[in-house]
Design a protein around this ligand. Structure first.
Ligand SMILES: Cc1cc2nc3c(=O)[nH]c(=O)nc-3n(C[C@H](O)[C@H](O)[C@H](O)COP(=O)(O)OP(=O)(O)OC[C@H]3O[C@@H](n4cnc5c(N)ncnc54)[C@H](O)[C@@H]3O)c2cc1C
Length: 337
């Protein structure tokens, strides 16, 4: 395994901001980990694992070792009449796993089509879209403890998955390398088209669902039309999470902003952070080389030549203005480094 020095990271994140890693290496197979764990550059420095770089903002150089995970493989490890258990290595592209499942008529992850990044990062923040989260199908996460080099299997409940959240972002932040995940998918039709935008798209285009691929194609088409492509303009999707508020706070806000949009999510009330940001006048705002997307207020963008520091500074200004107007604190979904 080759460990490189002073490595340029700007092409490795979808924000495309400049940053360097003191050390950098790539994992191609599981056996590389043993080598990695024994290296001085790994033992003596800060460590960071990187997948597709679609949920990370480097605001400075990384004084440590960045490890790019390219360990690939997808296999079926269990099967019965109704379901199949698929094991995917963390370096697989997430959407390739979606296509693998959809092409074999396995239901469960088709609504998560075209989410950027790798399989390993999916449980990290419990990826979700169009009414489905990975939590709904996840059956386990295989990891290595980076302190001891020992393998540990997390059950789904041990992952403590929440809205864009998991144990790997909190209690065990920077403690485990995610090697692989297993998902339990259904062989029986199990479609979820409850999400309004998806439903409308299917109706408008007169699409009848005969298999999960019909849903993954529809979701991909919607995403392409709505979300900025990081190959054209640097971004990491939603920069902020949506907010959950109490009924009292909702009543208070509706008193002042009767047009405010909100959703009942189980027994919780979710409000759209995009709406809050828009109300503060940020949509389409440009500050030098960075800004807020003109169609998606949740998406911060690098127009080209922007830095992570500039994007972070814009994010802080947005947080302050939303707090001032609504008394609510936005939290970033993107990992700031
Ligand atoms: C245009 C766009 C749209 C998006 N839409 C959505 C969406 O609808 N829903 C959604 O949930 N997300 C969305 N995202 C965010 C992003 O796609 C997901 O968060 C994705 O899971 C990130 O994967 P990644 O491989 O790029 O992770 P990275 O950005 O490389 O890493 C994310 C975090 O995981 C850690 N990590 C990565 N690999 C490992 C590993 N092997 N072991 C331990 N830690 C690891 C990193 O250190 C980092 O903290 C979107 C992003 C973009 C650019």
């Amino acid at each position: 395994m080759e460990i490189l020095k002073d490595y340029d990271l700007n092409k490795l994140t979808t924000f495309g901001v400049p940053a360097q890693a003191k050390y950098f290496t790539v994992l191609e197979r599981e056996s590389d980990l043993k080598d990695l764990f024994s290296r001085q550059e790994f033992k003596e420095n800060n460590k960071m694992f990187l997948g597709g770089g679609s949920n990370i903002l480097f605001t400075r150089d990384f004084d440590g070792i960045v490890v790019l995970n390219k360990i690939k493989g997808i296999e079926i490890v269990g099967e019965d009449e109704n379901s199949v258990v698929v094991r995917a290595m963390g370096g697989e592209v997430w959407n390739d796993l979606v296509l693998f499942a959809a092409s074999r008529e396995y239901w469960g992850i088709e609504n998560l089509a075209l989410i950027y990044g790798t399989v390993a990062a999916a449980p990290m923040q419990n990826i979700g879209a169009y009414g489905v989260e990975i939590k709904d199908v996840l059956s386990g996460v295989e990891t290595y403890d980076i302190n001891t080099g020992e393998k540990k299997l997390f059950s789904t409940s041990e992952c403590e998955l929440g809205y864009r959240d998991s144990v790997f972002k909190n209690k065990f932040k920077d403690r485990y390398f995610i090697l692989a995940i297993t998902v339990k998918l259904s062989k029986r039709e199990q479609k979820n088209i409850s999400y309004k935008v998806l439903q409308e798209y299917l109706e408008k285009n007169k699409i009848t669902i005969s298999g999960p691929a019909d849903i993954s194609s529809a979701v991909s088409a919607i995403r392409r039309s709505k979300l900025p492509d990081p190959n054209t303009i640097g971004n990491a999707g939603s920069f902020f999470k949506n907010l959950f508020i109490t009924q009292d706070k909702l009543d208070e806000l509706l008193g002042v902003f009767p047009e405010m949009s909100y959703f009942q999510d189980g027994d919780q009330i979710k409000i759209s952070s995009a709406w809050l940001i828009e109300q503060c006048g940020w949509k389409g705002h440009r500050a030098g080389n960075v800004g807020v997307h003109d169609r998606q207020a949740l998406v911060l963008v690098n127009h080209g030549g922007g830095s992570g520091e500039e994007i972070k500074s814009l994010a802080l200004q947005i947080i302050a203005s939303v707090y001032e107007k609504f008394g609510l604190t936005l939290t970033p979904e993107v990992n700031l480094v």
